[in-house]
Design a protein around this ligand. Structure first.
Ligand SMILES: [Ca+2]
Length: 158
């Protein structure tokens, strides 16, 4: 078991509602750095506010949406479902498709190369709560992470 960094000690409780089949992406609702709401956690980025991610990184206009919660995720981690209050004040279900990230590309530069290898080797051993080289999110960097990285060497599978 690993903690996601969504605290249960705040006045807004954090709850995980769904996970991808390999456990590398988790969604729910709770406090984030950008305020309470739907969150998405993954082994690369940690906890992020989903509304902010969709607006800033993917350019969606979600002005007026409040009380958003993410309640489920597809097995591959690319499709998230949830509910929120729309700009008219009505509760409404939503679905969002988020591009998958390549776990072996630790610096998100689009290729798996010596820089990613250094990220794995430089944090060899215990890695908790989160570090970029922990490709399988076990809380430790070991030979399994190295094999994952080497199997994607050069590029990332789509
Ligand atoms: Ca890279």
């Amino acid at each position: 078991m690993r903690m996601l960094g969504v605290s249960l000690e705040s006045e807004y409780w954090g709850t995980a509602w769904g996970a991808s089949s390999d456990g590398t992406v988790v969604v729910g609702e709770g406090p984030t750095d950008s305020g309470p709401g739907a969150f998405i956690w993954d082994t690369r980025h940690g906890v992020r506010n989903l509304k902010v991610l969709l607006e800033v990184d993917y350019g969606l206009n979600l002005k007026g949406w409040t009380s958003m919660g993410a309640t489920g995720i597809s097995n591959d981690g690319s499709t998230v479902i949830g509910v929120g209050t729309n700009p008219d004040g009505d509760r409404e279900a939503w679905v969002a498709t988020i591009p998958l990230f390549c776990v072996a590309d630790t610096d998100d530069d689009g290729s798996v190369n010596v820089m990613d290898l250094l990220a794995v080797l430089s944090s060899w051993g215990t890695c908790d709560p989160l570090c970029p080289g922990d490709l399988n999110a076990t809380g430790a960097i070991n030979v399994t992470d190295l094999i994952t990285l080497l199997s994607s060497w050069g590029g990332c599978p789509e």
